[in-house]
Design a protein around this ligand. Structure first.
Ligand SMILES: [Zn+2]
Length: 259
C-alpha cells in the first residue's frame, strides 16, 4: 500500500514502547503512516532492525550512536557496522553534535570523534546520515557539524528536529541534506520562518516519538501516527495545499532513504 504520511524519525525501538512495539507500528501502518525507527546506540539500532524485519514494507531503521550517549558508553563500531548491513537500515545515525547537554571541551572533542567515525561509516556503506544537531552553551553544533560534513559526506541525509538558523539551513541544503520538523511546530511559531525557507522537495515530517507530542495530545505519549498533525501544520505554515505537501513529504523520504 502506498504511504499517505511518513514519520522519518521516531523511536518505537526505545524502552517506553517495550512489549507494545507491534501494536504501535501496526496502528500506524493501518493509517498509511510509514516510519523510520532511529537507533541511538548499538542495542537500540539492532532493536530497530528487528522490529522492521517483521514488515515487508513501511518500517525501516537507522544504526548509529547518539551524541548524548558518547560520554555514557563507548560506540560499538563493529556491532553498528554489522547491524547496518541489514537492508532495513536506511541511514547511519542518529549521530552528530549536541552542545545543549555537553558543554565541556573534552566531551565535545569526543562527540566530534564519534561523529566523524559515523560519517566515514556512511560513506563506506553508501548510505545517508540521520543527523542530530543541537546548539547550546557549548557553542554552535550546527556550524561545527557543517564544517565537518563539507567535502566529507558523500551521500547527504537528513537533519532531524531541525532547530538551526536560516544560514545553517542554506548550508545543509547545499550539502544535500533535507531538514525534518517535529510536533514542536504545532505549538510554537519559532520555526515558522525556517520552515518556509527550503524548497518543498527538501523538507520532511517526523514525530521523534515518544518525545515532543504535538498540540492535540500535549502531555500524552507521542506515537508515529501523530505525524499527520505535523504534516498538516507544515502545510498550514507554508500556505501550500495539504495534498501537495503530504505527497512531497512522503516522496522526499522515499527518495532520500531509498524505500
Ligand atoms: Zn531521535
Amino acid at each position: 500500500m502506498k504511504p499517505k504520511f511518513f514519520d522519518v524519525h521516531t523511536h518505537v525501538n526505545l524502552k517506553p514502547f517495550k512489549e507494545r512495539e507491534h501494536e504501535v507500528v501496526e496502528r500506524s501502518l493501518e493509517e498509511g503512516v510509514w516510519m523510520i525507527n532511529a537507533g541511538t546506540d548499538s542495542e537500540t539500532s539492532l532493536k530497530a532492525v528487528l522490529i522492521a524485519e517483521n514488515y515487508k514494507e513501511g518500517v525501516y531503521a537507522t544504526a548509529g550512536h547518539h551524541p548524548n550517549n558518547v560520554l555514557k558508553k563507548e560506540m560499538d563500531v563493529e556491532k553498528i557496522i554489522s547491524v547496518s548491513s541489514s537492508e532495513k537500515v536506511v541511514a547511519i545515525g542518529e549521530c552528530g553534535l549536541d552542545y545543549f547537554y555537553t558543554k565541556d571541551e573534552d566531551g565535545i572533542r569526543l562527540q566530534k570523534e564519534v561523529f566523524d567515525r559515523q560519517i566515514e561509516m556512511a560513506n563506506m556503506i553508501k548510505k545517508p546520515l540521520m543527523l542530530h544537531l543541537r546548539d547550546g552553551s557549548g557553542g554552535s553544533a550546527y556550524s561545527d557539524a557543517i564544517s565537518m560534513l563539507k567535502n566529507r559526506s558523500l551521500f547527504g541525509g537528513n537533519a532531524h528536529f531541525f532547530s538551526g538558523t536560516i544560514d545553517n539551513a542554506r548550508e545543509l541544503l547545499s550539502l544535500g541534506f533535507t531538514l525534518s520538523f517535529t510536533g514542536v511546530v504545532t505549538f510554537t511559531d519559532s520555526y515558522d520562518e525556517v520552515l518556509c525557507f527550503p524548497p518543498l522537495d527538501m523538507i520532511m515530517s517526523e514525530t521523534d516519538a515518544p518525545y515532543v507530542a504535538p498540540a492535540s495530545i500535549r502531555g500524552e505519549e507521542n506515537q508515529p501516527i501523530y505525524v499527520k498533525e505535523v504534516a498538516k501544520r507544515i502545510a498550514e505554515i507554508r500556505t501550500e495545499p495539504d495534498e501537495e505537501v503530504f505527497e512531497a513529504l512522503v516522496n522526499n523520504a522515499r527518495r532520500v532513504f531509498g524505500v
